[in-house]
Design a protein around this ligand. Structure first.
Ligand code: AMP
Ligand code: ZN
Length: 469
């Protein structure tokens, strides 16, 4: 059976059929981070979801082109650049680097393309020129260029393909400067924003005078540049449906006259203890905050992909404790299989049908909860068969090969020293120093501290190794 996914465009679960007539190549665009701060775990839920979609499509044999833009100029960035008095590139560069590092920590495959908006100003300008030439955009008295919703609708195009909009209340020609606005205030949105004093040094020349692009046009220009006028998949968090994705559709289809995206996938929000994450509520976590609490990238990844992507996920620190226990069960079973497989000759038949059940679960609108169910059923059955002495080395090797395929999608891998957060590595080093100084009281105290943080030290002939408790 093939993959079926919920397409926001049709509001229904549809069979996934790529645009490529050969059915092999797939283009996927995911709205990337706005690099004005560290990404928080809500953002990470969406990015890890995109990684899961990518990995699953690759598992199914598609040749994927995965694009994730870096939004490095928009309203919030300009404000921060002004407040911190840092040059734009320097300011965004630090958060972009942190983002790419976090992506690795969470074992996300790096997108094939990560275009920066500031490096696509010519493409953005040319897209706006096309919209002007088609009569769908106009320059207003303030010097900015706006998209005309009235003209667009007048051409028989649909504005509001992803969300229902009420046009009765709309006042024709009313404009909105800000990149973010509510559904109730549908209005002509800015494609090019004329330079104002608050923009400081952030501006580019254009046929309409100095200024900068609006946020929405950035994604239209970058996605179509890499993937062409029409492509298969576009992803983002549910908050981006309006206005961001609706505006992307209008700009792209308005300029090219072609359908923009075949399948729109939106991930539901992550809440913390049932509430929206906010600094004032003290429930705001970046990935680094959680690493600092002693959790590892794979535990956080596990928690973020434990729930179905269309369900709101309620994040708690207990989730991460649960992730630790669940992963330990998998690791223990794999460890036993490895031990048994060590003497293996050619692979035999794999026990159980993990792959069949796993694939059936994910084919069904990426039902990851059912996929984990299949994994844990397999762990239970494998443990039982190991205990009963029913598996031989060849079967263990085959089982491990099957697991490798499953893990190419889940990406939780195996525990590695490198996974330990810097704080834990530092403690390990301090313990080594204490041992060398024969301060065993201190080295034992550090060992206990590590244990309390969920890490066990194993002294091996090759030196100490960290294992998660
Ligand atoms: P931003 O960097 O603000 O442009 O957001 C990056 C991505 O994170 C977008 O796809 C958002 O929809 C998504 N996002 C923001 N907050 C959350 C949240 N609490 N849960 C899930 N996704 C989120
Ligand atoms: Zn976007």
């Amino acid at each position: 059976m093939g993959l079926r996914i919920f397409n926001t465009l049709s509001r229904s679960v549809q069979e996934f059929v790529p645009l490529d007539p050969a059915g092999r190549q797939v283009g996927m665009y995911c709205c990337g981070p706005t690099v004005y701060d560290f990404a928080h775990i809500g953002n990470w839920r969406t990015f890890v979801f995109a990684d899961l979609v990518r990995r699953y499509l690759e598992f199914k044999g598609y040749e994927l082109r995965h694009v994730m833009n870096i939004t490095d100029v928009e309203d919030k960035i300009i404000r921060r650049v002004r407040e911190t008095q840092t040059p734009l590139r320097e300011f965004t560069g630090q958060y972009e680097a942190a983002f790419l590092e976090d992506l690795k920590t969470l074992n996300c495959r790096r997108p094939h393309h990560t275009p920066r908006a500031t490096e696509h100003i010519p493409e953005i300008i040319s897209l706006i020129e096309q919209l002007l030439a088609r009569g769908l955009a106009y320059q207003a008295g303030d010097g900015s260029v706006y998209f005309s919703i009235e003209k667009y609708r007048g051409c028989g195009c649909a504005y509001g393909q992803l969300v229902k909009l009420n046009f009765d209340e709309m006042r024709v020609g009313e404009r909105v400067q800000s990149d973010e606005y509510a559904k109730e205030s549908v209005a002509d949105f800015a494609l090019w924003k004329a330079r104002v004093p608050d923009d400081g040094e952030v501006f580019w020349p254009s046929p309409w005078g100095e200024g900068r692009p609006g946020w929405h046009i950035e994604c239209s220009a970058m996605s179509m540049k890499v993937l062409g006028q029409s492509f298969d998949l576009h992803l983002g968090g549910e908050d981006l449906m309006f206005p961001h994705h609706e505006d992307e559709i209008a700009q792209s289809e308005g300029a090219t006259g072609q359908p923009f995206v075949k399948y729109w996938l939106h991930g539901a929000f992550l809440l913390v203890e049932g509430r929206k994450m906010s600094k004032s509520l003290g429930n705001f976590f970046t990935l680094r905050d959680l690493l600092g609490k002693g959790f590892s990238g794979r535990e956080i990844r596990y928690a973020l992909i434990s729930a179905h992507y269309r369900e709101t996920f309620n994040f708690t620190l207990e989730n991460l404790q649960g992730a630790r226990t669940a992963l330990a069960r998998i690791d223990e079973c794999l460890g036993k299989l490895r031990e048994l497989a060590n003497a293996a000759k050619p692979p035999g038949a794999a026990p159980g049908d993990l792959l069949t059940e796993f694939t059936a679960a994910l084919d069904n609108d990426l039902n990851v909860a059912a996929a984990w169910g299949a994994v844990f059923d397999w762990v239970r059955a494998t443990n039982r068969r190991l205990a009963a002495g029913e598996l031989d080395a060849a079967m263990a090797t085959a089982a491990l090969a099957e697991w490798e395929k499953v893990d190419s999608v889940l990406g939780i891998g195996v525990v590695a020293d490198a996974e330990a957060p810097p704080e834990i590595i530092e403690l390990l080093e301090a313990r080594q120093a204490a041992r060398q100084a024969k301060d065993f009281k201190r080295s034992d105290a550090i060992r206990d501290e590590l244990k309390a943080k969920g890490w066990i030290i194993e002294d091996t002939p090759k030196g100490p190794k960290l294992k998660q408790a």
